[in-house]
Ligand binder design. Structure first.
Ligand code: CO
Length: 209
Protein backbone atom coordinates (compact mmCIF):
# COMPACT_ATOMS: atom_id res chain seq x y z
CA UNK A 1 0.00 0.00 0.00
CA UNK A 2 1.79 3.11 -1.24
CA UNK A 3 -0.67 5.63 0.14
CA UNK A 4 -1.93 5.41 3.70
CA UNK A 5 -5.29 6.94 2.89
CA UNK A 6 -6.75 6.61 6.37
CA UNK A 7 -3.95 8.69 7.88
CA UNK A 8 -4.54 11.52 5.39
CA UNK A 9 -8.26 11.44 6.18
CA UNK A 10 -7.55 11.57 9.90
CA UNK A 11 -5.17 14.48 9.30
CA UNK A 12 -7.86 16.48 7.47
CA UNK A 13 -10.38 15.93 10.27
CA UNK A 14 -7.78 16.88 12.90
CA UNK A 15 -6.81 20.13 11.11
CA UNK A 16 -10.50 21.02 10.57
CA UNK A 17 -11.27 20.48 14.25
CA UNK A 18 -8.51 22.85 15.32
CA UNK A 19 -9.54 25.47 12.72
CA UNK A 20 -13.14 25.26 13.95
CA UNK A 21 -12.02 26.45 17.38
CA UNK A 22 -9.48 28.99 16.06
CA UNK A 23 -9.54 29.78 12.33
CA UNK A 24 -6.14 31.52 12.48
CA UNK A 25 -4.42 28.80 14.53
CA UNK A 26 -2.11 27.45 11.82
CA UNK A 27 -1.52 30.85 10.21
CA UNK A 28 -0.35 32.27 13.53
CA UNK A 29 1.78 29.24 14.32
CA UNK A 30 3.44 29.24 10.90
CA UNK A 31 5.04 32.60 11.68
CA UNK A 32 6.83 31.48 14.86
CA UNK A 33 7.12 28.83 17.55
CA UNK A 34 7.58 29.82 21.16
CA UNK A 35 7.48 26.68 23.31
CA UNK A 36 8.35 26.91 26.99
CA UNK A 37 9.17 23.23 27.33
CA UNK A 38 11.60 20.72 25.89
CA UNK A 39 10.39 17.15 26.35
CA UNK A 40 12.86 14.26 26.21
CA UNK A 41 10.89 11.04 26.26
CA UNK A 42 10.80 7.42 25.13
CA UNK A 43 9.88 6.51 21.53
CA UNK A 44 7.23 4.12 22.90
CA UNK A 45 3.97 4.70 20.99
CA UNK A 46 2.04 4.72 24.26
CA UNK A 47 3.87 7.80 25.57
CA UNK A 48 3.02 10.67 23.18
CA UNK A 49 4.38 13.94 24.61
CA UNK A 50 1.72 16.44 23.48
CA UNK A 51 -1.26 14.26 24.36
CA UNK A 52 -0.09 13.36 27.86
CA UNK A 53 0.14 16.99 28.95
CA UNK A 54 -2.77 18.01 26.71
CA UNK A 55 -0.82 20.53 24.67
CA UNK A 56 -1.39 21.91 21.20
CA UNK A 57 1.16 22.18 18.38
CA UNK A 58 3.63 24.96 19.23
CA UNK A 59 3.63 24.42 22.98
CA UNK A 60 6.27 21.75 23.46
CA UNK A 61 9.56 20.96 21.68
CA UNK A 62 10.13 17.21 21.57
CA UNK A 63 12.96 14.71 21.32
CA UNK A 64 12.27 11.01 21.72
CA UNK A 65 14.49 7.96 21.61
CA UNK A 66 14.52 4.47 23.07
CA UNK A 67 14.43 4.74 26.88
CA UNK A 68 14.75 8.57 26.88
CA UNK A 69 18.54 8.67 27.05
CA UNK A 70 20.79 11.73 26.92
CA UNK A 71 24.21 10.53 25.78
CA UNK A 72 27.13 12.91 25.54
CA UNK A 73 28.16 11.68 22.10
CA UNK A 74 24.64 11.77 20.64
CA UNK A 75 24.75 14.72 18.24
CA UNK A 76 21.04 14.39 17.55
CA UNK A 77 19.92 14.81 21.16
CA UNK A 78 22.57 17.44 21.94
CA UNK A 79 21.56 19.48 18.89
CA UNK A 80 17.94 19.41 20.04
CA UNK A 81 18.96 20.59 23.50
CA UNK A 82 21.19 23.33 22.07
CA UNK A 83 18.48 24.66 19.76
CA UNK A 84 15.81 24.49 22.47
CA UNK A 85 17.95 26.27 25.06
CA UNK A 86 19.89 28.79 22.97
CA UNK A 87 17.41 29.71 20.27
CA UNK A 88 13.94 28.89 21.59
CA UNK A 89 14.98 29.70 25.15
CA UNK A 90 12.75 27.10 26.75
CA UNK A 91 12.35 27.52 30.50
CA UNK A 92 11.98 23.84 31.35
CA UNK A 93 13.56 20.62 30.14
CA UNK A 94 11.54 17.56 31.10
CA UNK A 95 12.96 14.04 30.98
CA UNK A 96 9.95 11.76 31.02
CA UNK A 97 10.45 8.03 31.42
CA UNK A 98 7.71 5.47 31.78
CA UNK A 99 7.13 2.34 33.84
CA UNK A 100 7.35 -0.96 31.97
CA UNK A 101 9.79 0.50 29.41
CA UNK A 102 10.88 -2.15 26.89
CA UNK A 103 14.34 -0.61 26.56
CA UNK A 104 14.87 -0.82 30.31
CA UNK A 105 13.57 -4.39 30.36
CA UNK A 106 15.99 -5.39 27.60
CA UNK A 107 18.89 -3.66 29.37
CA UNK A 108 18.22 -5.65 32.54
CA UNK A 109 18.43 -8.92 30.62
CA UNK A 110 21.36 -10.76 29.09
CA UNK A 111 19.98 -11.46 25.64
CA UNK A 112 21.86 -10.12 22.62
CA UNK A 113 19.82 -7.76 20.43
CA UNK A 114 22.40 -6.55 17.88
CA UNK A 115 23.13 -2.88 17.19
CA UNK A 116 20.82 -1.63 19.91
CA UNK A 117 22.97 -3.28 22.60
CA UNK A 118 25.34 -0.31 22.25
CA UNK A 119 22.46 1.98 23.17
CA UNK A 120 21.15 -0.21 26.00
CA UNK A 121 24.66 -0.41 27.44
CA UNK A 122 24.09 3.09 28.90
CA UNK A 123 21.16 1.76 30.93
CA UNK A 124 23.22 -1.18 32.21
CA UNK A 125 25.66 1.43 33.55
CA UNK A 126 22.82 3.09 35.48
CA UNK A 127 22.00 -0.30 37.02
CA UNK A 128 25.64 -0.79 38.03
CA UNK A 129 25.81 2.64 39.72
CA UNK A 130 22.86 1.66 41.95
CA UNK A 131 23.27 -2.14 42.15
CA UNK A 132 22.73 -2.28 45.95
CA UNK A 133 19.25 -0.76 45.62
CA UNK A 134 18.08 -3.79 43.63
CA UNK A 135 19.12 -6.48 46.09
CA UNK A 136 15.97 -6.34 48.23
CA UNK A 137 13.58 -6.38 45.27
CA UNK A 138 11.71 -9.64 44.66
CA UNK A 139 10.12 -9.38 41.22
CA UNK A 140 11.42 -8.55 37.78
CA UNK A 141 8.69 -5.91 37.46
CA UNK A 142 9.90 -4.10 40.58
CA UNK A 143 13.46 -4.11 39.25
CA UNK A 144 12.40 -2.78 35.86
CA UNK A 145 10.33 0.00 37.42
CA UNK A 146 13.10 1.06 39.80
CA UNK A 147 15.56 1.16 36.90
CA UNK A 148 13.02 3.22 34.90
CA UNK A 149 13.07 5.82 37.70
CA UNK A 150 16.86 5.76 38.24
CA UNK A 151 17.39 6.08 34.50
CA UNK A 152 15.33 9.29 34.40
CA UNK A 153 17.34 10.73 37.29
CA UNK A 154 20.61 9.86 35.53
CA UNK A 155 19.47 11.59 32.33
CA UNK A 156 18.51 14.71 34.29
CA UNK A 157 22.12 14.79 35.52
CA UNK A 158 23.47 14.18 32.03
CA UNK A 159 21.54 17.19 30.72
CA UNK A 160 22.86 19.40 33.51
CA UNK A 161 26.43 18.28 32.81
CA UNK A 162 26.31 19.66 29.26
CA UNK A 163 28.05 22.94 28.49
CA UNK A 164 24.78 24.01 26.84
CA UNK A 165 22.75 24.00 30.06
CA UNK A 166 25.61 25.30 32.19
CA UNK A 167 26.22 28.08 29.66
CA UNK A 168 22.57 29.12 29.95
CA UNK A 169 22.79 29.20 33.73
CA UNK A 170 25.98 31.24 33.54
CA UNK A 171 24.24 33.75 31.30
CA UNK A 172 21.48 34.09 33.88
CA UNK A 173 18.88 32.27 31.79
CA UNK A 174 16.05 30.71 33.76
CA UNK A 175 16.22 26.96 33.03
CA UNK A 176 14.92 24.10 35.19
CA UNK A 177 15.55 20.44 34.43
CA UNK A 178 12.84 18.04 35.63
CA UNK A 179 12.57 14.25 35.97
CA UNK A 180 9.13 12.70 35.54
CA UNK A 181 7.76 9.22 35.04
CA UNK A 182 4.55 8.17 33.33
CA UNK A 183 2.36 5.16 34.00
CA UNK A 184 1.05 3.52 30.83
CA UNK A 185 -1.46 1.67 33.05
CA UNK A 186 -3.45 4.73 34.14
CA UNK A 187 -2.13 7.66 32.07
CA UNK A 188 -0.83 9.51 35.13
CA UNK A 189 2.45 11.40 35.40
CA UNK A 190 4.56 11.41 38.55
CA UNK A 191 7.19 14.01 39.43
CA UNK A 192 10.34 12.30 40.70
CA UNK A 193 11.26 15.51 42.57
CA UNK A 194 14.77 15.74 41.15
CA UNK A 195 14.45 19.19 39.62
CA UNK A 196 17.81 20.94 39.08
CA UNK A 197 17.86 24.71 38.59
CA UNK A 198 21.49 25.84 38.96
CA UNK A 199 25.13 24.79 38.81
CA UNK A 200 25.49 24.40 42.60
CA UNK A 201 23.09 21.45 42.53
CA UNK A 202 25.32 19.27 40.34
CA UNK A 203 28.25 17.12 41.39
CA UNK A 204 31.50 19.08 41.79
CA UNK A 205 33.71 17.70 38.95
CA UNK A 206 31.01 18.35 36.37
CA UNK A 207 30.83 22.09 37.05
CA UNK A 208 32.30 24.04 34.16
CA UNK A 209 33.75 27.40 35.21
CO1 CO B 1 10.17 3.02 26.77
Amino acid sequence: MRILKNLFEKNRRWADKIKERDPDFFAKLSRQQNPEYLWIGCSDSRVPANEIVDMLPGEIFVHRNIANLVIHTDLNCLSVIQYAVEVLKVKHIIVCGHYGCGGIRAALGNKEHGLIDNWLRNIKDVYRFHQDKFESLQTEQEKINLLCELNVIEQVSNICHTSIVQGAWKAGQELDVHGWIYSIEDGILKDLNVCITNIDEISQPYRLR
